[in-house]
Design a protein around this ligand. Structure first.
Ligand code: NAD
Ligand code: LMR
Length: 332
């Protein structure tokens, strides 16, 4: 029997990531090849004509899974009955801008959209915040939508996770699909800590530790970390726009694993509400290693944290605490 359609909201749908993301959703990349979808697309009035153009293209592409399109500049109409909300709308960082520069523009958007989601989304709607500062926007959304369970609000660090997999795969000349269990700790910013302590590669002789195969701690503790931390800025420098296709694809990975579940023995990175695990202060949206089952994520527990890692986990937590304070000061 055919499944009922799932309503997926994409805010900022006329933007770059939106343009890459909506065809992926309509093609089943996010929710599966047998899951019909109804797309809700929100943008602001200056982008209304472009948004309508995206809607026209979705019609023209005749996606079999696409059962309807709502394209609107009305946040209430956009949020009505949505089961999944991918929050991309906001002002992107441009070359030379620090992420903090975009803070004041974006947190007020997330405060007001929190209320619309709380009032009009379906019960148990899952929210993924992509727009920067992603962790802090998600935190503001959580705080101003108190009836949405904190388990349902997350931010995107899967792009950083995928970037880390990509760097290891390039370095070792192995398939990216054979690398697993890297971790992104903390903020989606240049203080994030890409950690390969527990990462492995599938080889013909079984699973081997990335650390053992790379056998170059100077690279792993230096260039590898800074490449992943700075990858967003490098893409902006090269493209003059921030990453879009990789962000859209990683957003699909994030939601798919959250809804469908992570494969046995594999974890992924998600920005989620900290419960104090790994001595990360509670009350931040912080990227942790998580597994997902039955539509719920759980933080992987019991991983060893050496002094090098501890210092990096704390540094990115400190930045998130500062961002939280700054966000609140912008909202006064
Ligand atoms: P973009 O400027 O191309 O698109 C943003 C869209 O949001 C625009 O169409 C704009 O009109 C719309 N918008 C602005 N205010 C809005 C509002 N109040 N409601 C609804 N829509 C609104 O930017 P982009 O390249 O698509 O990037 C979007 C966001 O994603 C940026 O904040 C960027 O920094 C962030 N980003 C995050 C990651 C990540 O991994 N977390 C990766 C890449 C980009
Ligand atoms: C990215 O990681 O590609 C984006 O978040 C870029 C940015 O705005 O920092």
């Amino acid at each position: 029997m055919a499944k009922d359609p799932v309503r997926v909201l994409v805010t900022g749908a006329a933007g770059q990531i939106g343009y890459a993301l909506v065809p992926m959703i309509a093609r089943g990349v996010m929710l599966g090849a047998d899951q019909p979808v109804i797309l809700h697309m929100l943008d602001i009035p200056p982008a209304a004509e472009a948004l309508n153009g995206v809607k026209m293209e979705l019609v023209d592409a005749a996606f079999p899974l696409l059962k309807g399109v709502v394209a609107t500049t009305d946040v209430v109409e956009a949020c009505q009955g949505v089961n999944i909300a991918v929050m991309v709308g906001g002002f992107p960082r441009k070359e030379g801008m620090e992420r903090k520069d975009v803070m004041s523009k974006n947190v007020s958007i997330y405060k007001s959209q929190a209320s619309a989601l709380e009032a009009h989304a379906a019960a148990n709607c899952k929210v993924l915040v992509v727009a920067n500062p992603a962790n802090t926007n998600a935190l503001i959304l959580k705080e101003f939508a108190p009836s949405i369970p904190e388990k349902n609000i997350s931010c995107l660090t899967r792009l950083d996770h995928n970037r880390a997999l990509g760097q290891v795969s390039e370095r070792l000349s192995v398939q990216v699909s054979d690398v697993k269990n890297v971790i992104i700790w903390g903020n989606h910013s240049s203080t994030q800590y890409p950690d390969v302590t527990h990462a492995t590669v599938k080889t013909s002789a079984g699973e081997k530790a990335v650390k053992e195969l790379v056998a170059d701690d100077a690279w792993l503790n230096g260039e590898f970390i800074s490449t992943v931390q700075q990858r967003g800025a490098a893409i902006i420098k090269a493209r003059k726009f921030s990453s879009a296709l990789s962000a859209a694809s990683s957003a699909c990975d994030h939601i798919r694993d959250w809804v469908v579940g992570t494969p046995e023995g594999t974890w992924v990175s998600m920005g989620v509400y900290s419960d104090g695990s790994y001595d990360v202060p509670a009350g931040l949206i912080y990227s942790f290693p998580v597994t997902c089952k039955n539509g719920e994520w759980s933080i992987v527990q019991g991983l060893s944290i050496d002094d090098f890692s501890r210092n990096k986990l704390d540094k990115t937590a400190e930045e998130l605490s500062e961002e939280k304070a700054l966000a609140y000061s912008c909202l006064i």
